[in-house]
Write a protein that binds this ligand. Structure first.
Ligand code: PMV
Length: 303
């Protein structure tokens, strides 16, 4: 029994989203986490990417907490199976690796025990497991990944699926620097507490860019969306969540002809996204690889 879950990319609004600003995120259906359940002597979780995980899976581990919560909610006991994780999602890089693996794990367990949970319930459980990684996640990662739909996401508001916009092309590039989102989020919190007036202004500005970006997506105005990417990146620099490697690759993408580029996700490493004309995508990707990106992907974003 094999189950999977997509990864995700935040287009606009990361970090500010933690403070109630809306953000736009889209699923990455071609970069996925897989979990296969096969009969075993006892319930175990193993992984391709990190064999030491098995040893580290104490009762406090988010994945163990998650499967126990699922067993509770479906009134079943954990079956004697080996849950084997194979993930294509780079870890700690802004693609929602934790939520993707957790969702695939939940789906594999549910499928194996012949149970089902409404998406809303599954989403709430994955959010809960995200709190172990992030401390105070906004909920955007789990929402996009569980529903596998582009969303306009605002904390404590009903989920707004984006089902009408013009398709566009992104180049995603990974700096190769694994950066825990939790620390970047905590640093932004400190910054905010030190100077709430200034940081609130930054959040307000980001909110405007998210709204402009959404409008540009529906009209197919790629120059405006690209400008929103650029401006959002500058504001993320103000929030201290960029880094020299991200800045260098963002500049390289623009110099190679991208319409706009920004970091995506927690920052301080991880990924950036560049909005490109489809015909430019391979060239921008090539330049980013030459400039030091360790992983790239061209994706067409559509409703
Ligand atoms: O680094 P990622 O992909 O987990 O994205 C985190 C997005 C933040 O806005 C920085 C945090 C959050 O919980 O929304």
């Amino acid at each position: 029994m094999k189950a999977s879950a997509c990864s995700k990319i935040i287009l606009l609004g990361e970090h500010a989203v933690v403070y109630g600003v809306p953000a736009i995120a889209v699923p990455l259906s071609t970069v996925r986490a897989y979990v296969e359940a096969t009969p075993a002597d006892a319930f175990t979780i193993t992984a391709d990417t990190d064999p030491s995980w098995r040893l580290a899976l104490t009762d406090e581990h988010p994945f163990i907490q998650l499967v126990q919560r699922i067993a509770e909610q479906t009134q079943t006991v954990l079956p004697a199976v080996r849950m084997h994780i194979q993930s294509q999602v780079p870890i700690a890089s802004g693609l929602g690796s934790g939520a993707a693996i957790a969702t695939a794990l939940a789906r594999a367990l549910l499928a194996h025990t012949g149970q089902a949970l409404p998406l809303e319930k599954l989403n709430a459980l994955i959010y809960e497991s995200e709190t172990y990684y992030h401390g105070t996640p906004s909920g955007i990662d789990n929402t996009v990944i569980v529903y596998e739909k582009p969303v306009f996401f605002q904390r404590s508001q009903p989920i707004q699926v984006l089902d009408a916009f013009e398709p566009f092309t992104l180049v995603i590039a990974n700096t190769g620097i694994a950066a825990p989102t939790r620390e970047a989020v905590a640093d932004v919190r400190r910054l905010y507490e030190r100077d709430p007036k200034r940081i609130s202004k930054v959040f307000e500005h980001i909110q405007q860019l998210v709204l402009n970006g959404l409008d540009a997506m529906t009209r197919g105005d790629w120059q405006v969306l690209g400008d929103a990417f650029d401006a959002n990146h500058r504001l993320l620099q103000d929030l201290t969540v960029s880094c020299p490697e991200l800045d260098a690759l963002v500049n390289e993408a623009r110099a190679a002809g991208a319409l706009g580029a920004k970091l995506s996700g927690g920052g301080r490493g991880g990924n950036l996204i560049a909005l490109v004309e489809p015909a430019q995508a391979a060239h921008v990707e090539d330049r980013l690889l030459h400039a030091g990106a360790v992983w790239t992907k061209i994706v067409e974003v559509k409703p």
